[in-house]
Design a protein around this ligand. Structure first.
Ligand SMILES: [Fe+2]
Ligand SMILES: [Fe+2]
Length: 237
């Protein structure tokens, strides 16, 4: 297990395996930070039910683009070009979750409650990252992710106060919960072990997925919805 902490100036001295793994994980992160804004700026920023919701979505989009910029800066420092990632649109996102439009307000809520929650778990994994420039930017980003999750949860909770709303919320959760679980990657993954060995990420895929379920499942049940079958048509096992 690698326990040293690496500054930017030490990066070049690291083995190729370390460099490759770090850049790989940052490339997914920097792409995914734009996933939300590309989904809801066009569809919900001006059609959300209340002005408070509209403002929150615009604020969230602002923060996500800022997260993208912060991670892009780290990649640029490592000599990785990111302008083409910034220009990518929805259809080109690395993770499938970010390519599927949010058709209902319930899906907008489920995006915050379930998908931003995945983001939180991934970022928590970076809080003790062996590459210090990552560790340094995580606390503020993590705090903002908590706000995105809270908004999503509030949307779903409000929907669940009426029978029609409950149906919409359940459909949204049924659609997004399996893909959220998929975002943690395969449970048996050599690369996931390598990330841990090099101190880049704190948990294995399976551990991160379980911690996610421990937070998400009680919320879903608590607002009166049914837990979707986690294994339905999924690839991660
Ligand atoms: Fe973010
Ligand atoms: Fe977020």
């Amino acid at each position: 297990m690698f326990t040293d902490k690496i500054e930017h100036k030490d990066f070049d001295k690291m083995p190729e395996e370390y460099k490759d793994l770090l850049i790989r994980v940052l490339l997914v992160q920097v792409d995914s930070e734009l996933g939300g804004p590309d989904l809801y700026l066009d569809s919900w920023a001006r059609t959300a039910p209340t002005l408070a919701d509209q403002l929150l979505l615009v604020k969230t989009a602002y923060e996500e683009i800022d997260h993208h910029q912060r991670f892009a800066k780290l990649l640029e420092q490592l000599g990785v070009e990111t302008a083409s990632i910034t220009k990518r649109r929805r259809e080109e996102r690395i993770l499938e979750t970010f390519r599927v439009p949010l058709d209902t307000w319930g899906e907008m809520g489920a995006f915050g409650a379930l998908i931003d929650r995945v983001g939180q778990i991934h970022l928590e994994d970076f809080t003790d990252c062996s590459y210090l420039p990552v560790t340094n930017i995580v606390p503020k980003i993590l705090e903002e992710e908590r706000g995105h999750i809270a908004h999503g949860e509030r949307i779903l909770r409000d929907l669940c106060t009426t029978p029609e709303g409950t149906i919409e919320a359940q459909a949204a959760v049924d659609k997004m919960y399996p893909s959220a679980l998929d975002m943690f990657g395969k449970s048996e993954s050599k690369r996931s072990d390598k990330f841990r060995e090099w101190g880049i990420k704190g948990r294995t895929n399976a551990e991160a997925r379980q911690d996610y379920r421990d937070l998400t499942d009680p919320f879903i049940l608590g607002i009166g919805l049914t837990l979707p079958d986690p294994e339905k048509g999924r690839h991660f096992l």
